[in-house]
Ligand binder design. Structure first.
Ligand code: NAP
Length: 260
């Protein structure tokens, strides 16, 4: 019993493990990096805005953090990111594929190019990141990959129309199932988090308008948007040994949005 208590107290710890977080220059990704660092991990933060990456590493104030400027839409840059993490910290245990973009507009106004630009970051790049991470993780038969999907990958967005975003996030949900199943027997887990509405640069315009905020409040059973800390639990659960038998799942953290 005493040893059970001991193992539970360390269930969500990541001491000595290495994690990469893409899109760590703002919003959810910055929070994810801080949470993983607090749980004891070596953290590699990636994004295009190097000033933000360096400021985050400075703020974490430890030799357990590294900034690597990365455009995730470039598969070579993604490979270099994973190599930089392994070179600096010796391994890769957790990969959080969080970088994303949105571009709301009615589908009839959306060009094929605009659609492809969103899919390139939200889906193609998630595939590149999963594969680059898995190549390293499969060699050690251990690792956890966490994709950041969206409630808009579980259902239509329609009132805030964004076909490219909904399609790309829906793709992430099924990519997560497929890669989770492909790699499960070799120790590499792939799961996803589907956030509801959370404050970030991406949602700033929506939350800044009274109408936008009311829309979120009215359609979320919890009656409010998510707080930044309300994704911490799902992130730590999926990153840690607490979820070793969880494969290919997408966990909605959405105040009930996706169940009504
Ligand atoms: N906030 C929400 O309510 C919500 C809900 C559901 C899902 N999500 C998802 O959560 C994730 C984070 O979004 P957020 O809300 O935190 O928005 P955000 O504040 O706009 O953050 C987006 C992040 O993605 C990075 N990024 C975009 N394009 C990139 C590229 N080509 N290469 C590397 N990094 C890139 C940005 O960094 P740089 O610009 O520095 O490259 C930034 O750090 C996204 O996947 C989003 O779809 C958010």
């Amino acid at each position: 019993m005493a040893s059970d208590r001991l193992s539970q107290s360390s269930l969500f710890r990541l001491d000595g493990q290495t994690a990469i977080v893409t899109g760590a220059t703002s919003g959810l990704g910055e929070r994810f990096a801080r949470v993983l660092h607090d749980a004891g991990a070596y953290v590699v933060v990636a994004g295009r805005r190097t000033d933000r990456l360096n400021a985050l590493v400075d703020d974490l104030g430890s030799d357990r953090a590294l900034a690597v400027a990365t455009d995730v839409a470039d598969p070579d840059a993604v490979t270099a990111l994973v190599q930089a993490a392994v070179r600096r910290f010796g391994a890769l245990d957790v990969m959080v594929n969080n970088a994303g973009v949105s571009s709301p507009m009615p589908a009839e106004d959306e060009s094929a190019l605009a659609f492809a630009r969103v899919v390139a970051v939200n889906l193609n790049a998630v595939f590149s990141c999963c594969v680059a991470a898995a190549r390293v993780m499969l060699a050690r038969n251990i690792g956890s990959i966490i994709n950041v999907a969206s409630i808009l990958g579980l259902g239509a967005s329609w009132r805030i129309p964004q076909a490219s975003y909904a399609a790309s996030k829906g793709g992430v949900v099924n990519l997560t199932r497929e890669l989770g199943a492909q790699w499960a027997a070799r120790g590499v887990r792939v799961n996803a988090i589907a956030p509801g509405w959370f404050p970030s640069e991406m949602t700033a315009e929506l939350f800044d308008s009274e109408r936008g905020l009311r829309y979120v409040e009215r359609n979320t059973p919890a009656g409010r948007p998510g707080r930044p800390d309300e994704l911490d639990g799902a992130l730590l659960f999926l990153s840690s040994r607490a979820s070793t038998y969880v494969i290919g799942q997408t966990i909605a953290v959405d105040g009930g949005w996706s169940v009504v």
